[in-house]
Structure formats: C-alpha cells, structure tokens
Design a protein around this ligand. Sequence first.
Ligand SMILES: [Ca+2]
Length: 476
Amino acid sequence: MRSFLAFLLLVPGLVLAARPAFEKPNVIVILLDDAGYGDFAHAGNPVIATPNLTKMVREGANFPQFYSAAAACTASRYGILTGRNHLRSGLPSWAIGPETKRHLHVKELTLAEGLKEQGYATAIFGKWHLGTPNAANEMTAEAFPLAHGFDRWLGTNVSNDYETGSNLIQGPAEKGNPIPGYEIVEEDIDTKVSVQESLTKRYADAAVSFIREKKEQPFFIYMTPNMPHLPVHASEEFKGKSPRGRYGDCISEIDHQLGRIRSTLEESGIAKNTLIIFTSDNGPWILYQDTARHPVYDEARLLVGSALPFRDGKGSTWEGGQRVAGVWCWPGTIPEETVVREPASALDVFPTVMMLAGGKVPEDRTMDGRDVRGLLGVTGLQGMVKDFRFIYADSKEVNAARFGPWKIHTKIISQLKTGHGFEASKEKPLLFQVEEDFPERIDRAAGRVDELKEGLRVIREFEDSLVKEGSFWDGR
Ligand SMILES: [Ca+2]
C-alpha cells in the first residue's frame, strides 16, 4: 500500500492537477512592445476596444502608477527578466542590434531560470532582444533564450524593424540552421507584410498549445508580441475594424488573443492557478508622431500609440517613456477590482513571482526590484513592502529618480530632441511632484532642500553600487 501511494505521488498529473491555487501558481507575463499608457480602454482611450484587458482589470489588480524597467527595448527586457536595472547588464546600449557582440550574460539569473528550478515548464513566445549569435560573438548559442532558462521559443531575435537580421526563429529544433538547436522560420521579416501580420496570432497559438500541453504542471509563459512596435500590422480578421485605424486593429487583436489565453486557462481548469501580468516594455514611439510617409512604416504618425496623460514617450525618461499598463490578474486570489495606488515597476516582477513560486531572491547580486506581494490585497500576504525608489537611466547613465511622489531629473533625454522647455543637471536638477503634477509641468526645485538632497542621495547610492559591483561582463 505504501509503495502504491508513493507511486501516486510520483505521477505529476495526479498530484499537481489538484494543487491549491496558491501552490506554485502558473505565471504568464505579457509584455507588449511600445504600447503607450493611453492605448487601452481602461486607461481612458476613447476608441480602442480592449474588453479582455478591461475584464482583467475588473477581475484583478490595476496599478495606475506602473513603470517599465526602462524606456527602450533591450534594457526593459533585461529588467523584467532579472529584477535589475539595465546599467548592471554590461550591454553597450539600451537597444542592441543583431550584430552586437554582447548578450544577456549567462551568469545573470532570469525569472525563467529561477522558476525552472522550482519545477516550472518555461517558454518565450515573441521578441527576445537580449542578444543574437553573430560573427562578433562566434555564433554563440549563449546569446539565445534556451541558454537562459527557457525550454521553448518562437519569436524574433530583435525588433521587427531591422533592415537585415530580424528573423523569426524557433527552438528547440532539429535542423540547427545556423545555430545548433534553433531554426529560422522566416528571415529578414522587416518588409514581409504577411509575416508581420501573422506574428500576434502565431505567438498566441503557441501559448494556447503550451498551456494545453503543460496544464498538469506549473508553467511560466513570457509572452512578448512584437506589436505595436513599428511596422504595425494586424491579421486579416482584425483589419479595418477599429475606429483608431490600423493601430487600433493591432491593439484589438492583442486584446483578443489575451481573451483566448484566458479562455484556454478556464477550459483547462487552471484559471485560478494562474497569475497573468500585462504590461509594456516602454512608452509609444513618438519619434514618428509627425511622419506622414515612411517607406516601410507607411503613415507612421497614425501608427504610434499614446502616452497621454504623460509627457514624451519611448527613448525618454520623462514619464511618457516608462509609464505603462500594469494589470495583474489571479482570479480567486487577488481580490476583484483591486487598485494599487502605490507606484510599482516591472523590476518588481522577478522578486515577487519568485516568492510566490516558493523560490527565493538571489543574494549574491544587487536586486533593484522589490517583493510586492503585500500590495496585491491578498489575505495572508499583507506585509512590509519596501518604499518605492526608482532609477530612470538611458544607455549609459542615470537620468532621474523617483522617491515617494517626487521625481528628480539630473539629465533630460528625448528622441524628439527637445527638453520641453527644461534643462537639468546634477548641479541644477529639476524636481516634480509627479502625483499632483503627473504631466511634469511645474519644477518645484526652488527651496526644496530636503527633497533635492534625498533625490541626489538615491541616485548616488545607486551609482555607488554600480561602481562597486560592476557587471558580469566586467568579470565580477
Ligand atoms: Ca519597445
């Protein structure tokens, strides 16, 4: 009898299918590319229909003060996967190209690796953008997702707009062309409209299959659609449907696929075992907000999103570059209609999810994110959450910091090449109260000695830790 019980315990399907909602929850992180704060119905967009996301807001927690880890693609993806600010990555830029030598260092601990250690099946469906095997790095497979804790990948190595070297790839694959373990599904997708139109659905199809296949065990899906990064496209079923034109079609399709994923979880009986986090990697690409004709992007000015009510967008450390959607839904655990008033960021995803999965947060490296389980309104999880201290940085250095309702700017950066009438330096910083004055219009630096001191202290503390710790590429 004893051996029969032992046998039952060894059969994962029999034990885990009935696991309580709280035990090793499945995690699905949906990270859009370049979607603005104002692109969704729940955030006030007047015409784009996002009923499935609105349903998630109703059935879960909305973070109206949610930040992407950075204001550009690579940096942001480093941050959400490691819980660390991208200046720790050792990468040469906050958006690396297909020919860049460096990639996500193998000594970094990603959320996928952490969850794999906890027995999770892991997959990435969508853009990676943390390295490409190329001539400069001797085609190392260490640049790609399967070397960083993911069991499966279908997606692009970089953004969908590189003239050469933006490929749709899958792994593991038997063909190994040209990187062992990976197969190029479509090469140079930049101008291949039919491929671009198919991307959102391909990733959702892959996620639906993965859920059905792995429903008996804990799983992690990192879902990173290429859209709505330029060039923006939607599939046939969604074309011409939204009053917001092709951009609206594209967001509607993403919302539809979110709905499909949620239905699949329900049909599989695991909706209550699954935490979904929906967000974007940075604000909208307003560099193209006035471009009427572009050879590949078409009428780009209508194909970029909205950061409203915030200033500026992608590639800027004004709020519009990093304020993004933040919706966390875990039916039956996170209470319905929870609104988290405190600020939080994508850096908080790694430590929070690791703790929920029964793992721990590594102590051998600086972690910039916080465990925010205590903000989710879940009975039994209310506890101390560290104060929000957030660093905004470009490719090379710190630009700003947020602490409480205050934000100090020591450097201004915008792809629009404007300071919006402001200048900032460490000697003469700007100070905004970004809860009262969320569009950052009124500099409150004059006479605010204590706030300026605290802001500069937060920045200095971060910079000191960078110097002290270095990156894995520096041989730390
Ligand atoms: Ca992006």
